[in-house]
Design a protein around this ligand. Structure first.
Ligand code: GDP
Ligand code: MG
Length: 441
């Protein structure tokens, strides 16, 4: 999607005069790209007419940046489509709440339940998992295994076949034991969807969840809207999690599920592992859809900030797919040396949401400083080893002690490193910037 829209916009930039025809052609190109990215047909039509309304070419004074205005209009329309206008329920520490997961079989519910629990556990919540999937053989074992790995208490049964009964028992038990985030995993059978929706309705009625999360596989394509709507009709879905964003899916289904459920996307799943889970942030997501910002912008900043004599080495290392802690340290150093840090970081997908929430720039600066302090206590071998090969428990404890930071901070830093490494490694074809090269916009 990114590519085609960027091409559409770039094509337009070649036309010196942007008249109605060029504008129309451009919109058609964007339409095609959005459809290819699995955005629902009706939504694409809506987007098109909204943009036509917002952008009145004739009214634009001569000499204004028409291309910029159209680009901005597409960007903000897509952002609007992802913003249902109201935030979803968010759990509060110490206030018991029940969060129910729904979605078709294979969408990633069980995996995502554990990720969600783990994410909140690290934020100081006391989560617990209840397996109310009595349909799929092995469902309880799967949840048990995930939960045990993440050290999260769980409840379920091999004998009981009534999912409503298990859900109620599990919720009661964990409420009594003062858990503040009780997470209900449910079944998602195919082919018997009427029965499934009835089961979801009954579980929801019996447990009165504070939040129902619809889990959607990003690769389901055009089916996203109907699927999300079907769940919304049986239970009051309040949020969406889109999984498997690490695959080839283009993400357009996220727009459909927001429209169908009138609820926001709150997280995305980006892998099978428990920490491959990202807070959803509308603007970077749309930027990425449109191919604006993200890497081209980031690389420009690198070119501006990284001293010229270090550039080839940096890019060479990236091309060799070696992203070491030392490389990250050097980038932090570079970033700290430049103006508003958010300008650089906002271009990194997934990075900003975690490291640089808007309005928390100062805290983020402090965080980077903290990470650098921690890395100052690491050995050369540790800093230069790819993939944290050297890292183990005793080293982590030693580093924590040496830097005077809690172990948790060291783990946070390593997490951040893993995330960055993944993004950096996924870049390909990075060429050192030469004088006279045309920089991407
Ligand atoms: P459920 O049937 O809805 O409970 O789905 P599961 O949690 O059992 O997940 C189905 C499959 O998708 C499993 O193999 C998961 O490991 C995989 N999966 C779940 N989320 C993600 C994700 O974000 N990325 C990738 N690559 N795989 C995922
Ligand atoms: Mg499951």
């Amino acid at each position: 999607l990114g590519g085609s829209i960027t091409r559409a916009l770039a094509k337009m930039s070649n036309d010196t005069v942007i008249d109605e025809k060029v504008f129309g052609d451009c919109l058609n190109d964007i339409t095609r790209a959005l459809l290819q990215a699995d955005v629902q047909f009706k939504m694409v039509c809506d987007l098109q007419s909204n943009i036509k309304r917002v952008v009145n070419l004739e009214a634009l004074a001569a000499g204004t940046n028409k291309r910029g205005i159209i680009k901005q209009a597409v960007f903000s329309e897509l952002c609007n489509m992802l913003d249902p206008g109201k935030p979803s329920f968010s759990p509060k520490k110490g206030n018991p709440c029940v969060v129910m997961f729904v979605g078709l079989q294979g969408s990633g519910k069980t995996t995502t339940c554990t990720k969600y629990a783990y994410y909140h556990q690290r934020k100081g919540f006391k989560p617990a998992l209840v397996c109310a999937d009595t349909f799929r053989a092995g469902a309880f074992d799967q949840l048990k295994q995930n939960a045990t790995k993440a050290k999260i208490p769980f409840y379920g049964s091999y004998l009981e076949s009534d999912p409503v009964k298990i859900a109620v028992e599990g919720v009661e038990r964990f409420e009594k034991e003062n858990y503040d985030l009780i997470i209900l995993d449910t079944s998602g059978r195919h082919k018997q969807e009427a029965a499934l929706f009835e089961e979801m309705r009954q579980i929801s009625e019996a447990t009165q969840p504070d939040l129902v999360i619809f889990v959607m596989d990003s690769s389901i394509g055009q089916a996203a809207f109907d699927q999300a709507q079907a769940f919304k009709q049986s239970v009051s879905v309040g949020a969406v999690i889109v999984t498997k964003m690490d695959g080839h899916a283009k993400g357009g289904g996220a727009l459909s599920s927001v429209a169908a459920t009138k609820s926001p996307v709150i997280f995305t799943g980006t892998g099978e592992h428990i920490d491959e889970f990202e807070v959803f942030d509308v603007k970077p997501f749309v930027s990425r859809l449109l191919g604006m910002g993200d890497w081209s912008g980031f690389m420009n900043k690198i070119h501006e900030v990284v001293p010229a004599d270090q550039q080839p080495e940096f890019l060479q290392k990236l091309n060799q797919k070696i992203f070491t802690l030392r490389l990250m340290y050097e980038q932090f150093q570079n970033i700290r040396n430049m103006g508003p840090i958010s300008q650089v970081l906002s271009m990194l997908r997934g990075f900003r949401a975690e490291l640089m929430p808007q309005g928390h720039e100062q805290e983020s600066q402090a965080k980077i400083k903290r990470y650098m302090t921690i890395m100052d206590s690491m050995t050369d071998a540790e800093l230069d080893s790819p993939n944290l090969k050297f890292m183990n428990e005793s080293r982590i404890i030693r580093i924590a002690r040496g830097s005077g930071r809690p172990v948790r901070d060291v783990l946070d830093m390593l997490e951040e490193y893993k995330r960055l490494a993944k993004i950096c490694i996924s870049m390909s074809n990075i060429k050192p910037h030469k004088k006279g090269d045309k920089r991407p916009v």
